[in-house]
Design a binder for this molecule. Structure first.
Ligand code: CA
Length: 233
């Protein structure tokens, strides 16, 4: 499924990295992994994960520093992987921006449970009080039904094609980020499409026409960004 939860694991220990990748893929997550802080930061930009698993002890970087850096730039749940029991206080106390931590060695089932827990917290935070009804306001008249894959205007459904819906969701979930057409193609169409960048323009035009509101803004010379209401950041 193209809307699988995306997890990025930054972990230099190969055996742990392999286990994480294998187990999380089997769980249905879309997983990418990096062995260094540098590769990890590059993947973070390109892959735009929903959750970051971050080893605090990396060969080229201090995971605590990376955590602070990431959390001050993007609102992404971060789960720290640490072998240092004595640094638990630091993890919890220093407002690093991490959402949770796991001490090695860990049970993979527990990692999965914690990932699901941080995602639930993120969703509740993101969607605020309207979570109870399952509907999220996009504007005064438009509402998003995330589990139902639908958008409503004044309570009536608007027919969006799956890729139109996914494109809308990608921008809406990253309200402060400008996406280039290449990035949108890569994120929404993934690898199965070596398409024309104009495909993105055509889809954005269709979404705008259907929603009848300028929620997607053109960033001249670059691409598109979300302009509608959002509580995410
Ligand atoms: Ca390590």
């Amino acid at each position: 499924m193209t809307d699988a939860i995306k997890v990025l694991a930054i972990e230099d220990e190969e055996s742990i990295r392999d286990i994480l990748v294998y187990a999380l893929r089997r769980e249905g997550f879309h997983v990418k992994a990096a062995a260094t802080g540098e590769d990890g930061m590059e993947l973070l930009e390109r892959f735009v994960p929903d959750v970051l698993l971050l080893d605090v002890n990396l060969p080229d970087a201090d995971g605590f520093d990376l955590c602070k850096k990431v959390s001050s730039n993007v609102r992404i749940p971060i789960l720290l992987l640490t072998a240092r029991h004595d640094l638990v206080d630091k993890v919890l106390g220093l407002e690093l921006g991490a959402d949770d931590y796991m001490t090695k060695p860990f049970e993979i089932r527990e990692v999965i449970a914690r990932i699901r827990a941080v995602l639930r917290r993120r969703d509740i935070e993101r969607d605020g009080g309207s979570r109870a009804s399952g509907l999220v306001a996009l504007s005064g008249r438009l509402e998003l039904d995330r589990p139902g894959y639908a958008v409503y205007r004044d309570g009536s459904p608007i027919k969006l094609k799956p890729k139109e819906y996914e494109l809308l969701l990608l921008l809406r979930d990253h309200p402060n980020r400008v996406f280039s057409r290449e990035e949108i193609l890569d994120q929404v169409w993934e690898m199965d499409y070596d398409g024309d960048l104009r495909t993105v323009d055509v889809h954005v035009q269709r979404i705008r026409k259907k929603l009848e509101e300028p929620l997607i803004e053109t960033v001249f010379g670059i691409g598109y960004k979300w302009r509608g209401r959002s509580r995410t950041c």
